[in-house]
Write a protein that binds this ligand. Sequence first.
Ligand SMILES: Nc1nc2c(c(=O)[nH]1)N[C@H]1C(S)=C(S)[C@@H](COP(=O)(O)OP(=O)(O)OC[C@H]3O[C@@H](n4cnc5c(=O)[nH]c(N)nc54)[C@H](O)[C@@H]3O)O[C@H]1N2
Ligand SMILES: Nc1nc2c(c(=O)[nH]1)N[C@H]1C(S)=C(S)[C@@H](COP(=O)(O)OP(=O)(O)OC[C@H]3O[C@@H](n4cnc5c(=O)[nH]c(N)nc54)[C@H](O)[C@@H]3O)O[C@H]1N2
Ligand code: SF4
Ligand SMILES: [Mo]
Length: 736
Amino acid sequence: MISEKVTTVCPYCGVGCGLEVQPPASQGKATNRDSEGTPIWKVMGDRTHPSSLGKVCVKGATVTEAINKNRLKYPLYRETLQQDFRQIDWEEAFNLIVKQIQLVSKTIGVDGICMYGSGQFQTEDYYVAQKLLKGCLGTNNFDANSRLCMSSAVSGYMGSFGADGPPCNYEDLELTDCAFLVGTNTAECHPIVFNRLRAYHKKNRHVKMIVVDPRRTATAEAADLHLAIKPGTDIDLFNGIAYLLLQWGAIDTFFIDECTRDFPAYTQIISHYPPQIVADKCGIEVKDLETAARYWAESEKVLSLWSMGLNQSSEGTAKVRTLINLHLMTATIGKAGCGPFSLTGQPNAMGGREAGGLSHILPGYRSVKNPLHRQELEEIWQLPSGAISANVGKTVWEMIMGLENGDVGLLWIAATNPAVSMPDLERTKQALLKSPFTIYQDAYYPTETAYYAHLVLPATQWSEKAGTMTNSERVVTYSPAFSSSAPSQAKADWEIFAEVGKRLGFEKYFSFKDSAQVYQEFVKTTRDRPCDMSGLSHELLSKYGPIQWPFPLRSDPENRYGRRLYTDLHFHTEDGRAKFAAFHSRGLAEPPNPDYPLVLTVGRLYGHWHTMTRTGRIDKIVKMHPEPFLEIHPKDARKYQLEDGELVRVVSVRGEAKFKVKITSAIAPSTVFAPMHWGFLWAENAEANSLTHPHSCPISKQPELKACAVNLIKVNQIPTEIKQETKGKGELTIIN
Ligand SMILES: Nc1nc2c(c(=O)[nH]1)N[C@H]1C(S)=C(S)[C@@H](COP(=O)(O)OP(=O)(O)OC[C@H]3O[C@@H](n4cnc5c(=O)[nH]c(N)nc54)[C@H](O)[C@@H]3O)O[C@H]1N2
Ligand SMILES: Nc1nc2c(c(=O)[nH]1)N[C@H]1C(S)=C(S)[C@@H](COP(=O)(O)OP(=O)(O)OC[C@H]3O[C@@H](n4cnc5c(=O)[nH]c(N)nc54)[C@H](O)[C@@H]3O)O[C@H]1N2
Ligand code: SF4
Ligand SMILES: [Mo]
């Protein structure tokens, strides 16, 4: 264990704040301890980090408080899900994995092998997994929870600009004239981005802030204009703004002519979106629509920020591209203070994209479908020609369907908790029960997904393994191993993948001495690609601190921050022009109807992180958000005769859940909101995803987790009970 303070990156959200951590007992000072008396590292903001400038939110500040608790200590195994787990050693665990991979390859074929990973992997974990599955085994069945998160942003950028990659910097937050925040509760989910924007907005009265969200969130409270649109009407709104900009001549014809294509087809589409029609569809006033368009027209620099309100939609790609259209028609791209800026959810979803961590992409922003890309990678990996399959792999939902119909013989889940976070949870759980062999790799035990696993593997986590993460503004930060909290048998995710690779006979491909070597090989795959970071290494990042890409070989490390993409107005398309997209709105996949007249939207709270494996064990955060609830508008509460605090049954065609009613005008009428955080280990029957559906965007395959049709049924008042018997225990509970 290191005995001095270290700098690292926060392992929660995609803001990627720099942290400075001090050992539990600094000289002459009292030892910091968590609620159970275990010494903990003290966390502060790293003032030298360009992304966060010394700031942290409550999650970053408390992150070390849960790293010792409820850890998974050793591999566990059971032949069937009806049996109890027994402790095994790694030798047996590796033998079981190798045997199953060989069996499935022979019986179903390699496409019966699937891995479902996570934006909480370090880039090194992602990379070794790609090499194992896509390179050596020859199946592209690697998908990550980014499918539920960022894949619409990825396909939106690829469609409009010819490559993935958010083009902006956080400095743009303090250089813009107008911030257009759509489907993002930045104040709670990207707090340090929000703090920077908010401080600048307060100081500069000419700067406008527009928030588009069916809820009046903490983010919306700070806005000059809040458009509480009906869920799923974003495309109507964007096309409506475009209609007015065109009518007022507030467009940049020079930029449109020189740097874009397909504008005429787009103008055809937007002619169908006059203000009154748009206002009616969105459920807003014409004057508010006009104000939004006027802010766009009057601002030289518009920065749009978005997150799950756009991406998690059955028309997610169309939403993203239609938003980018506004930037193209006003030439608000490629310069300081403006551009379309997706706020990445997880700490390293960006690194995952760079390393090819979705079933349709390959390392270095390459596509599975592109023969040249496959060939380039086969050469880098020194694999025979044709080793990488030309078939796009299964998305995570397709893996679930594969379990249903017998196409999947092995599902390997790591650093994600799908038994809480997947849509249509009952169907997901039924499919998991049918799995012939599920491997689950996590740092904690128990979690909900462990209930559906045959083999459970203990992973080291942040602070215990060295690697890198890339944040939303393309800044790569080195995250060293500094604490000794890991159980002795836990291994880094990449080490587990590499060991399996070796045991399958691919020794020479996985002979990495450490994660620095893994990274060295990974960056080579980015050479001359849009995400070129071939000049980076663990050594350079440790020496100089965080570095932003692009950072090709021999770049100057003194000049490591402040780059934007597309400043030369040359895009990654065949002709170098950005593409307008002509999309009509289609609305929700499951609109409200007489039986299910309300729209349920599901999102996050400031303190909790997803399925609570860490934040559910931090007292301060549990006090902030003690229990799940359902937000409902006073009008709807009256209609259903509901009182504040009473328990209500929420039903959709797929399932049901129970929540305490929270009556508030912050939610739009006919819409209800529930947090996503509470799985079955943390509350009785309050899983929001029992209600949601898996209908996805046809291009990005991202499910519409943000909206489904529900009804409410009154029940007698029973307090929501947090299950004490499973909460907070980390011992080898026998689970069935
Ligand atoms: N505190 C906290 N922060 C986090 C996380 C966490 O778990 N906790 N998770 C991280 C991750 S992985 C992610 S992906 C991000 C998510 O960050 P956000 O996307 O900001 O968070 P959400 O609460 O999921 O959803 C944002 C908003 O979308 C709105 N919305 C719903 N439907 C629509 C619609 O049709 N149109 C529009 N315009 N808006 C709509 C919702 O009302 C909600 O307020 O947060 C990251 N940061
Ligand atoms: N209805 C609805 N559903 C949603 C969403 C929504 O907005 N609405 N959001 C979706 C989105 S955007 C996301 S990102 C997902 C998030 O959903 P999940 O990915 O399921 O959520 P987490 O709780 O972050 O799961 C991460 C797991 O990894 C473990 N872990 C942490 N570090 C490591 C490590 O280094 N190695 C290993 N092996 N394990 C580790 C943690 O203990 C935890 O169990 O949920 C999705 N589901
Ligand atoms: S804003 Fe995100 S990255 Fe920064 S401290 Fe909070 S959770 Fe961590
Ligand atoms: Mo996410």
